[in-house]
Design a binder for this molecule. Sequence first.
Ligand code: IPM
Ligand code: MG
Length: 354
Amino acid sequence: MKICVLPGDGIGPEITAEAVRVLKALDLKFEMEEALLGGCAVDAAGDPYPEATQKLALAADAVLLGAVGGPQWDSNPRELRPERGLLGIRKQLGLFANLRPAILYPELANASTLKPEVVAGLDILIVRELTGDIYFGQPRGIEMRDVDGKHQRFGFNTMHYTESEIRRIVRVAFDAATKRNKRVCSVDKMNVLECTQLWRDVATEVAEEYPDVELSHMLVDNAAMQLVKNPKQFDVMVTGNMFGDILSDEASMLTGSIGMLPSASLDENNKGLYEPSHGSAPDIAGKGVANPLATILSAAMMLRYTFNQEAAAQRIEGAVKKVLAQGLRTGDIYEPGTQKVGTKQMGDAVLAAL
Ligand code: IPM
Ligand code: MG
Protein backbone atom coordinates (compact mmCIF):
# COMPACT_ATOMS: atom_id res chain seq x y z
CA MET A 1 0.00 0.00 0.00
CA LYS A 2 1.96 2.93 -1.36
CA ILE A 3 0.99 6.50 -0.53
CA CYS A 4 2.53 9.52 -2.20
CA VAL A 5 2.33 12.46 0.20
CA LEU A 6 2.22 15.95 -1.30
CA PRO A 7 2.11 18.53 1.50
CA GLY A 8 2.03 21.48 -0.94
CA ASP A 9 1.88 25.12 0.10
CA GLY A 10 0.56 27.33 2.89
CA ILE A 11 -0.96 25.30 5.71
CA GLY A 12 -0.53 22.14 3.57
CA PRO A 13 2.57 20.80 5.35
CA GLU A 14 1.08 21.33 8.83
CA ILE A 15 -2.23 19.60 8.17
CA THR A 16 -0.71 16.79 6.12
CA ALA A 17 1.70 15.99 8.95
CA GLU A 18 -1.25 15.32 11.27
CA ALA A 19 -2.99 13.04 8.74
CA VAL A 20 0.27 11.13 8.23
CA ARG A 21 0.58 10.63 11.99
CA VAL A 22 -2.95 9.24 12.08
CA LEU A 23 -2.27 6.85 9.18
CA LYS A 24 0.94 5.65 10.84
CA ALA A 25 -0.92 4.94 14.06
CA LEU A 26 -3.10 2.34 12.34
CA ASP A 27 -1.80 -1.19 12.25
CA LEU A 28 -1.67 -1.17 8.46
CA LYS A 29 1.51 -1.33 6.47
CA PHE A 30 1.83 1.82 4.41
CA GLU A 31 4.86 2.93 2.46
CA MET A 32 4.83 6.72 2.34
CA GLU A 33 7.00 9.02 0.29
CA GLU A 34 6.86 12.80 0.09
CA ALA A 35 7.22 14.99 -2.99
CA LEU A 36 6.66 18.56 -4.15
CA LEU A 37 3.54 19.90 -5.84
CA GLY A 38 2.39 23.46 -6.39
CA GLY A 39 4.18 26.67 -5.50
CA CYS A 40 6.89 24.93 -3.45
CA ALA A 41 7.66 22.84 -6.55
CA VAL A 42 7.84 25.94 -8.74
CA ASP A 43 10.34 27.46 -6.31
CA ALA A 44 12.46 24.31 -5.93
CA ALA A 45 12.24 22.79 -9.41
CA GLY A 46 10.76 25.44 -11.73
CA ASP A 47 7.71 23.25 -12.37
CA PRO A 48 4.45 22.97 -10.36
CA TYR A 49 4.34 19.21 -11.10
CA PRO A 50 7.98 18.12 -11.45
CA GLU A 51 8.99 14.85 -13.03
CA ALA A 52 10.14 13.33 -9.73
CA THR A 53 6.65 13.95 -8.30
CA GLN A 54 5.00 12.49 -11.41
CA LYS A 55 7.05 9.32 -10.99
CA LEU A 56 6.05 8.87 -7.36
CA ALA A 57 2.40 9.71 -7.99
CA LEU A 58 2.17 7.27 -10.91
CA ALA A 59 3.76 4.49 -8.86
CA ALA A 60 1.61 5.05 -5.75
CA ASP A 61 -1.80 3.53 -5.00
CA ALA A 62 -3.02 6.77 -3.48
CA VAL A 63 -1.97 10.37 -3.12
CA LEU A 64 -2.50 12.45 0.01
CA LEU A 65 -2.44 16.16 -0.77
CA GLY A 66 -2.45 19.17 1.56
CA ALA A 67 -3.22 22.22 -0.55
CA VAL A 68 -1.51 24.30 -3.22
CA GLY A 69 -1.31 28.01 -4.01
CA GLY A 70 -0.49 31.35 -2.47
CA PRO A 71 -0.32 35.03 -3.36
CA GLN A 72 3.40 34.92 -4.16
CA TRP A 73 2.70 32.81 -7.27
CA ASP A 74 -0.50 34.53 -8.42
CA SER A 75 1.19 36.71 -11.01
CA ASN A 76 3.32 33.90 -12.43
CA PRO A 77 2.75 32.88 -16.03
CA ARG A 78 0.03 30.23 -16.25
CA GLU A 79 2.41 27.26 -16.61
CA LEU A 80 4.23 28.29 -13.42
CA ARG A 81 1.15 28.58 -11.24
CA PRO A 82 0.51 26.10 -8.43
CA GLU A 83 -3.01 25.36 -9.77
CA ARG A 84 -1.43 24.07 -12.94
CA GLY A 85 0.24 21.34 -10.87
CA LEU A 86 -3.10 20.30 -9.41
CA LEU A 87 -4.81 20.19 -12.80
CA GLY A 88 -1.80 18.32 -14.19
CA ILE A 89 -1.89 15.54 -11.61
CA ARG A 90 -5.68 15.15 -11.94
CA LYS A 91 -5.41 14.79 -15.68
CA GLN A 92 -2.32 12.58 -15.73
CA LEU A 93 -3.73 10.13 -13.19
CA GLY A 94 -7.15 10.11 -14.87
CA LEU A 95 -8.90 11.22 -11.66
CA PHE A 96 -12.25 11.94 -13.27
CA ALA A 97 -14.50 11.37 -10.27
CA ASN A 98 -14.38 14.00 -7.56
CA LEU A 99 -16.42 13.19 -4.47
CA ARG A 100 -17.12 16.15 -2.22
CA PRO A 101 -19.32 15.39 0.77
CA ALA A 102 -20.95 18.28 2.64
CA ILE A 103 -21.91 17.02 6.08
CA LEU A 104 -23.08 19.06 9.01
CA TYR A 105 -21.65 17.69 12.23
CA PRO A 106 -24.23 18.04 15.02
CA GLU A 107 -21.50 19.44 17.31
CA LEU A 108 -20.95 22.26 14.82
CA ALA A 109 -24.61 23.06 14.24
CA ASN A 110 -24.05 26.77 14.91
CA ALA A 111 -21.18 27.16 12.46
CA SER A 112 -23.44 27.68 9.46
CA THR A 113 -24.65 31.12 8.44
CA LEU A 114 -27.99 29.52 7.54
CA LYS A 115 -30.81 28.89 9.99
CA PRO A 116 -30.24 25.69 12.01
CA GLU A 117 -33.50 24.12 10.79
CA VAL A 118 -32.41 24.57 7.17
CA VAL A 119 -29.11 22.72 7.62
CA ALA A 120 -29.57 20.40 10.63
CA GLY A 121 -28.66 16.87 9.61
CA LEU A 122 -27.37 17.97 6.20
CA ASP A 123 -25.59 15.18 4.29
CA ILE A 124 -25.03 15.87 0.59
CA LEU A 125 -22.55 14.27 -1.75
CA ILE A 126 -21.43 16.31 -4.74
CA VAL A 127 -19.98 14.22 -7.55
CA ARG A 128 -18.01 16.50 -9.84
CA GLU A 129 -16.46 15.45 -13.16
CA LEU A 130 -12.81 16.44 -12.86
CA THR A 131 -10.84 15.84 -16.06
CA GLY A 132 -13.01 17.32 -18.81
CA ASP A 133 -15.25 20.28 -19.60
CA ILE A 134 -14.13 23.85 -20.18
CA TYR A 135 -11.23 23.27 -17.76
CA PHE A 136 -9.35 21.21 -20.33
CA GLY A 137 -11.16 21.91 -23.63
CA GLN A 138 -9.19 23.05 -26.68
CA PRO A 139 -8.94 25.52 -28.31
CA ARG A 140 -8.33 28.03 -25.57
CA GLY A 141 -6.38 31.22 -25.20
CA ILE A 142 -6.16 34.97 -25.37
CA GLU A 143 -5.10 36.40 -28.75
CA MET A 144 -5.47 39.40 -31.04
CA ARG A 145 -8.35 39.09 -33.49
CA ASP A 146 -10.36 41.31 -35.78
CA VAL A 147 -13.83 41.23 -34.24
CA ASP A 148 -16.71 43.73 -34.55
CA GLY A 149 -14.58 45.95 -36.77
CA LYS A 150 -11.87 46.23 -34.13
CA HIS A 151 -8.44 44.69 -33.73
CA GLN A 152 -8.71 43.63 -30.12
CA ARG A 153 -7.90 41.00 -27.55
CA PHE A 154 -10.13 37.94 -27.72
CA GLY A 155 -10.43 35.39 -24.91
CA PHE A 156 -11.88 31.93 -25.54
CA ASN A 157 -12.34 28.49 -23.98
CA THR A 158 -14.13 25.40 -25.18
CA MET A 159 -16.68 23.38 -23.26
CA HIS A 160 -17.00 19.79 -24.39
CA TYR A 161 -17.91 16.33 -23.16
CA THR A 162 -18.06 12.96 -24.87
CA GLU A 163 -20.94 10.70 -23.97
CA SER A 164 -18.53 8.18 -22.43
CA GLU A 165 -17.07 10.84 -20.13
CA ILE A 166 -20.58 11.73 -19.00
CA ARG A 167 -21.70 8.12 -18.63
CA ARG A 168 -18.81 7.09 -16.37
CA ILE A 169 -19.22 10.01 -13.95
CA VAL A 170 -23.01 9.67 -13.82
CA ARG A 171 -22.53 5.98 -12.97
CA VAL A 172 -20.26 6.95 -10.09
CA ALA A 173 -23.07 9.15 -8.78
CA PHE A 174 -25.66 6.39 -9.13
CA ASP A 175 -23.40 3.84 -7.46
CA ALA A 176 -22.92 6.24 -4.55
CA ALA A 177 -26.68 6.91 -4.33
CA THR A 178 -27.34 3.17 -4.17
CA LYS A 179 -25.49 3.13 -0.83
CA ARG A 180 -27.21 6.31 0.39
CA ASN A 181 -30.73 7.71 -0.01
CA LYS A 182 -31.14 6.57 -3.61
CA ARG A 183 -31.62 9.98 -5.19
CA VAL A 184 -29.45 11.62 -7.85
CA CYS A 185 -29.91 15.20 -9.05
CA SER A 186 -28.07 15.89 -12.29
CA VAL A 187 -27.19 19.55 -12.81
CA ASP A 188 -26.84 21.13 -16.27
CA LYS A 189 -27.63 24.20 -18.33
CA MET A 190 -29.47 22.47 -21.15
CA ASN A 191 -31.64 25.50 -21.88
CA VAL A 192 -28.55 27.25 -23.28
CA LEU A 193 -25.64 24.82 -23.79
CA GLU A 194 -25.77 21.87 -26.21
CA CYS A 195 -22.93 20.18 -24.36
CA THR A 196 -25.09 19.97 -21.28
CA GLN A 197 -28.15 18.85 -23.28
CA LEU A 198 -26.01 15.81 -24.05
CA TRP A 199 -25.23 15.60 -20.33
CA ARG A 200 -28.95 15.45 -19.53
CA ASP A 201 -29.66 12.90 -22.27
CA VAL A 202 -26.88 10.57 -21.10
CA ALA A 203 -27.86 10.94 -17.42
CA THR A 204 -31.39 9.89 -18.38
CA GLU A 205 -30.03 6.84 -20.21
CA VAL A 206 -27.84 5.82 -17.27
CA ALA A 207 -30.82 6.07 -14.92
CA GLU A 208 -32.40 3.12 -16.74
CA GLU A 209 -29.58 0.92 -15.39
CA TYR A 210 -30.58 1.84 -11.82
CA PRO A 211 -34.30 1.25 -11.34
CA ASP A 212 -33.97 1.72 -7.54
CA VAL A 213 -32.47 5.20 -7.78
CA GLU A 214 -34.55 8.25 -8.58
CA LEU A 215 -33.07 10.76 -11.04
CA SER A 216 -34.03 14.41 -11.21
CA HIS A 217 -32.56 17.20 -13.37
CA MET A 218 -31.93 20.78 -12.38
CA LEU A 219 -30.55 23.80 -14.18
CA VAL A 220 -27.40 25.06 -12.53
CA ASP A 221 -28.72 28.52 -11.63
CA ASN A 222 -31.73 26.99 -9.92
CA ALA A 223 -29.47 24.41 -8.23
CA ALA A 224 -27.38 27.25 -6.78
CA MET A 225 -30.56 28.78 -5.40
CA GLN A 226 -32.04 25.51 -4.11
CA LEU A 227 -28.78 24.70 -2.29
CA VAL A 228 -29.28 27.66 0.03
CA LYS A 229 -33.08 27.57 0.06
CA ASN A 230 -33.62 23.92 0.89
CA PRO A 231 -30.35 21.97 0.78
CA LYS A 232 -31.78 18.87 2.44
CA GLN A 233 -33.79 18.06 -0.69
CA PHE A 234 -30.51 16.74 -2.18
CA ASP A 235 -28.83 13.39 -1.68
CA VAL A 236 -26.26 13.00 -4.49
CA MET A 237 -25.67 15.80 -7.00
CA VAL A 238 -23.73 15.09 -10.18
CA THR A 239 -22.40 17.71 -12.54
CA GLY A 240 -19.55 18.79 -14.81
CA ASN A 241 -16.19 20.18 -13.85
CA MET A 242 -17.03 23.89 -13.97
CA PHE A 243 -20.48 23.80 -12.34
CA GLY A 244 -19.15 21.30 -9.79
CA ASP A 245 -16.33 23.64 -8.83
CA ILE A 246 -18.82 26.37 -8.01
CA LEU A 247 -21.58 24.29 -6.43
CA SER A 248 -19.18 22.33 -4.23
CA ASP A 249 -17.83 25.54 -2.70
CA GLU A 250 -21.37 26.67 -2.09
CA ALA A 251 -22.36 23.33 -0.56
CA SER A 252 -19.31 23.24 1.69
CA MET A 253 -20.25 26.58 3.20
CA LEU A 254 -23.74 25.34 4.10
CA THR A 255 -21.96 23.50 6.88
CA GLY A 256 -20.08 26.63 7.92
CA SER A 257 -16.93 24.67 8.48
CA ILE A 258 -14.95 24.12 5.32
CA GLY A 259 -12.09 23.07 7.60
CA MET A 260 -14.01 19.83 8.21
CA LEU A 261 -14.66 18.66 4.66
CA PRO A 262 -12.56 16.01 2.92
CA SER A 263 -12.59 15.04 -0.75
CA ALA A 264 -11.59 12.17 -2.98
CA SER A 265 -10.67 12.19 -6.67
CA LEU A 266 -10.76 8.71 -8.17
CA ASP A 267 -9.74 7.03 -11.40
CA GLU A 268 -11.44 4.02 -13.05
CA ASN A 269 -9.72 1.62 -10.61
CA ASN A 270 -10.23 3.55 -7.39
CA LYS A 271 -6.71 4.85 -7.31
CA GLY A 272 -7.25 8.21 -5.74
CA LEU A 273 -6.00 11.58 -4.70
CA TYR A 274 -7.31 12.71 -1.33
CA GLU A 275 -7.29 16.28 -0.15
CA PRO A 276 -9.21 18.63 2.11
CA SER A 277 -11.85 20.71 0.30
CA HIS A 278 -10.31 23.91 1.60
CA GLY A 279 -7.31 25.76 0.21
CA SER A 280 -3.82 26.63 1.42
CA ALA A 281 -4.93 29.49 3.73
CA PRO A 282 -1.69 31.51 3.35
CA ASP A 283 -2.84 33.99 6.01
CA ILE A 284 -2.49 31.42 8.79
CA ALA A 285 0.32 29.29 7.31
CA GLY A 286 3.12 28.33 9.67
CA LYS A 287 1.23 29.46 12.77
CA GLY A 288 0.16 26.01 13.93
CA VAL A 289 -3.51 26.97 14.11
CA ALA A 290 -4.98 25.36 10.96
CA ASN A 291 -7.67 22.71 11.27
CA PRO A 292 -6.19 19.31 10.31
CA LEU A 293 -9.53 17.47 10.47
CA ALA A 294 -10.47 17.75 6.78
CA THR A 295 -7.13 16.21 5.86
CA ILE A 296 -7.46 13.51 8.50
CA LEU A 297 -10.96 12.76 7.16
CA SER A 298 -9.49 12.66 3.64
CA ALA A 299 -7.16 9.93 4.88
CA ALA A 300 -10.27 8.07 6.06
CA MET A 301 -11.74 8.39 2.56
CA MET A 302 -8.48 6.97 1.20
CA LEU A 303 -8.81 3.92 3.42
CA ARG A 304 -12.41 3.46 2.28
CA TYR A 305 -12.11 3.96 -1.47
CA THR A 306 -8.57 2.97 -2.43
CA PHE A 307 -7.59 0.47 0.24
CA ASN A 308 -10.96 -1.10 1.01
CA GLN A 309 -10.38 -0.69 4.74
CA GLU A 310 -13.85 0.35 5.80
CA ALA A 311 -13.28 -0.48 9.47
CA ALA A 312 -10.14 1.66 9.64
CA ALA A 313 -11.93 4.50 7.85
CA GLN A 314 -14.71 4.40 10.42
CA ARG A 315 -12.19 4.28 13.22
CA ILE A 316 -10.74 7.60 12.06
CA GLU A 317 -14.16 9.15 11.52
CA GLY A 318 -15.23 7.98 14.96
CA ALA A 319 -12.10 9.50 16.51
CA VAL A 320 -12.85 12.84 14.85
CA LYS A 321 -16.42 12.80 16.16
CA LYS A 322 -15.07 12.00 19.61
CA VAL A 323 -12.71 15.00 19.73
CA LEU A 324 -15.55 17.25 18.57
CA ALA A 325 -17.75 15.83 21.31
CA GLN A 326 -14.93 16.52 23.80
CA GLY A 327 -15.27 20.17 22.83
CA LEU A 328 -11.91 20.61 21.10
CA ARG A 329 -11.96 23.23 18.34
CA THR A 330 -9.43 24.89 16.09
CA GLY A 331 -9.96 28.62 15.47
CA ASP A 332 -12.09 28.17 12.35
CA ILE A 333 -14.77 26.22 14.24
CA TYR A 334 -14.32 27.76 17.67
CA GLU A 335 -17.28 29.06 19.63
CA PRO A 336 -17.47 30.25 23.23
CA GLY A 337 -17.72 27.38 25.67
CA THR A 338 -15.43 25.13 23.64
CA GLN A 339 -11.68 24.64 23.99
CA LYS A 340 -9.48 26.28 21.39
CA VAL A 341 -6.56 24.11 20.25
CA GLY A 342 -3.85 24.27 17.59
CA THR A 343 -3.13 21.97 14.69
CA LYS A 344 -0.85 19.62 16.56
CA GLN A 345 -3.00 19.44 19.69
CA MET A 346 -5.95 18.52 17.48
CA GLY A 347 -3.85 15.79 15.87
CA ASP A 348 -2.79 14.55 19.34
CA ALA A 349 -6.43 14.39 20.40
CA VAL A 350 -7.44 12.38 17.32
CA LEU A 351 -4.57 9.97 17.96
CA ALA A 352 -5.63 9.58 21.58
CA ALA A 353 -9.22 8.98 20.52
CA LEU A 354 -8.11 6.36 17.99
C1 IPM B 1 -10.92 23.05 -6.56
C2 IPM B 1 -10.09 24.27 -6.87
C3 IPM B 1 -9.34 24.03 -8.18
C4 IPM B 1 -10.39 23.82 -9.26
C5 IPM B 1 -8.34 25.13 -8.57
C6 IPM B 1 -7.37 25.41 -7.45
C7 IPM B 1 -7.63 24.80 -9.83
O1 IPM B 1 -10.90 25.40 -6.93
O2 IPM B 1 -10.32 21.97 -6.38
O3 IPM B 1 -12.13 23.17 -6.50
O4 IPM B 1 -10.88 24.79 -9.83
O5 IPM B 1 -10.69 22.66 -9.54
MG1 MG C 1 -12.88 25.07 -6.35
